[in-house]
Design a protein around this ligand. Structure first.
Ligand SMILES: [Zn+2]
Length: 293
């Protein structure tokens, strides 16, 4: 999320404008048809390939990593760096438990991670963290986590354990300077793990696995990720003022049935309305959803 504008602000604005226009036709189709029709098998014959009940890799909720080809992904801001905990070590233990439970084999950090930026500020920046930059702090999180997981899994020396990969800006599905997310994929099925299988045929979006946490009594956590996603979208780092009533930022609830869609939509509505910092954007946000059985 660090705003690297080596060439002056004007050039970034122009690049952002181009990215917005490029994302327009597919997002307009979603807005016109509604998510249920837009995400149907008729429109996307390969849609089932975007779903998997198992995950192997953890990547950030950031659209730049969520839409990468990297197998079946558990989306989690900064690979868990913002997970609620009493301390760094407590967080490592809690996140390691979760990832081992899910049979995760690969964890990732990435350039310009907004979640690492939030954690860097939370923990006292350079002085408090001992890291020079937020990205370094994100990498430290993943290497500490890898070590804790390897110990838990009793990985012996010389044997390959958990993979820890840093994703560089040029590998990501967005420019380094800003976010291009038009939507949030808010997945209550826990199976929408490979949006990359739909390529350019769906809008890029932040991806949140509601089910993975809600099913473990941690419902508030994915909602806090949603709050982060909305704040980024409506900031300098996102499309911000490009979002209007007619071209809203869309939260797409992915549900297993009508009841779940209704329940999760109401929950999201309540979160947005009850939070001063994001309720101001409400007229430029649309909540939509689709059912995938
Ligand atoms: Zn990130």
């Amino acid at each position: 999320m660090e705003y690297k504008d080596h060439s002056g602000h004007g050039e970034v604005s122009a690049k952002k404008r181009t990215a917005w226009e490029r994302s327009h036709p597919i997002t307009k189709e979603l807005l016109d048809k509604g998510a249920q029709e837009f995400m149907s098998k008729e429109r996307h014959p390969q849609i089932d390939q975007a779903f998997s009940p198992k995950v192997n890799c953890v990547c950030c909720m950031d659209e730049g990593t969520a839409h990468m080809e990297r197998g079946s992904k558990l989306f989690m801001a900064g690979s868990g760096i913002l997970y609620p905990a009493a301390s760094w070590d407590d967080r490592l233990n809690r996140v390691a438990d979760l990832f081992i439970d899910l049979h995760i084999t690969e964890i990732t950090s990435h350039d310009g991670c907004g979640a690492a930026g939030i954690a860097f500020k939370r923990d006292g920046r350079e002085e408090g963290t001992g890291c020079r930059t937020a990205d370094d702090y994100g990498k430290k999180w993943c290497s500490d986590l890898q070590a804790v997981m390897d110990v838990r899994l009793k990985v012996q020396e010389g044997i390959e354990g958990i993979q820890n990969v840093h994703i560089y800006e040029h590998e990501m599905e967005r420019p380094g300077e800003f976010h291009i997310a038009r939507v949030v994929w808010f997945d209550a099925t826990g199976k929408f793990t490979k949006p990359d299988m739909l390529g350019e045929e769906i809008p890029k979006g932040f991806a949140i696995n509601y089910h993975a946490f809600a099913s473990r009594g941690m419902r508030d956590y994915p909602l806090s990720e949603l709050e982060v996603a909305i704040k980024i979208a409506f900031s300098d780092h996102g499309f911000d003022k490009e979002f209007t009533k007619d071209h809203p930022f869309v939260i797409i609830v992915i549900a297993k049935d009508e009841n779940q869609k209704k329940e999760v939509t109401e929950l999201i509505n309540g979160i947005i309305q009850g939070n001063d910092k994001i309720s101001q954007f409400i007229s430029r946000i649309r909540i939509d959803g689709f059912i995938h059985e």
